[in-house]
Design a protein around this ligand. Structure first.
Ligand SMILES: [Zn+2]
Length: 262
């Protein structure tokens, strides 16, 4: 049966001299692996070699008994992207694609996540209004990672202590309240608990990381993230990379490029 879908390539490996095996994140079907026969030939049937982060409309055949689908059409849209001109943007987008590939299951559709990923790729490749591209890229990446965790049902608990469920006295509050309360208690994040831990509970969570006040304010209210300083965003991204490493059982390959040089 022929299936049509919108798709973004999130992984591509050489299969033979002329063919590739590609992983697409599709809007209606979710993640699929497909063989693209002839994709490396000069007259490729798929508008040229299929590269990671290319996107467009695909048609594929999914045999009942085999794992690999067969790609029959890929009408590539113009690249979103001047990725090759900008390594920071390229690495950030490849990191997001790696997370999507490793945290979603085959044939588990998330149309909202598809739209979020496309929007993330688009925004990452825009001119940055603040003139601080690295900061803006980090803010976009953080928001995408939080969306991804939410979509796959692994969203950390960020508005209260995940252990005792109390929010009022754990120091979590919008930043204007935090600023007027200099004695707000410390707040922590625990990977194993999947969320925020308060001062009263922290002793039971050896893996906890202490959060600065700005970071806990951002995690309490995501609206703060695009306005935050680069230092705060780096701290948040560090917490997220640690958390993702725990979830995946290994550090994502592209993670080393994210906080370096930012
Ligand atoms: Zn607690």
């Amino acid at each position: 049966m022929l299936t049509k879908d919108r798709a973004i390539c999130i992984r591509a490996i050489d299969y033979s001299e002329t063919s590739q095996i590609v992983t697409f994140f599709t809007k209606a079907t979710g993640k699929i692996d497909a063989i693209a026969k002839g994709s490396k030939r000069p007259k490729s049937p798929f508008d040229g070699l299929i590269e990671v982060l290319s996107h467009g409309n695909i048609v594929f055949v999914e045999p009942a008994s085999e794992k690999l689908a067969t790609l029959t059409e890929f009408q590539q849209q113009p690249a979103l992207i001047n990725l090759r001109n900008n390594l920071s943007v390229l690495y950030t987008c490849l990191f997001a694609a790696e997370l999507l590939n490793n945290l979603t299951h085959d044939h588990d559709p998330h149309p909202g996540l598809f739209d979020s990923f496309l929007e993330f790729l688009h925004n990452a490749n825009q001119q940055h209004p603040t003139g601080n591209e690295q900061r803006d890229l980090l803010a976009l990446l953080i928001l995408f990672q939080l969306t991804l965790l939410n979509e796959i049902g692994l969203q950390p608990v960020l508005d209260r202590c995940v252990n005792c469920r109390k929010s009022g006295r754990v120091g979590l509050a919008p930043p204007h309240l935090n600023q007027s309360a200099p004695d707000v208690p410390d707040v922590y994040f625990s990977n194993s608990a999947n969320g925020i831990i308060c001062r009263d509970c922290e002793a039971s969570f050896p893996d906890k990381i202490r959060l600065s006040r700005d970071v806990s304010a951002c995690l309490f209210s995501f609206k703060q993230i695009p306005e935050s300083s680069e230092k705060t965003l780096k701290e948040i991204e560090n917490v997220l990379i640690n958390h993702l490493t725990q979830l995946l059982g290994r550090k994502p390959k592209m993670a080393k490029h994210i906080l370096d040089g930012v």
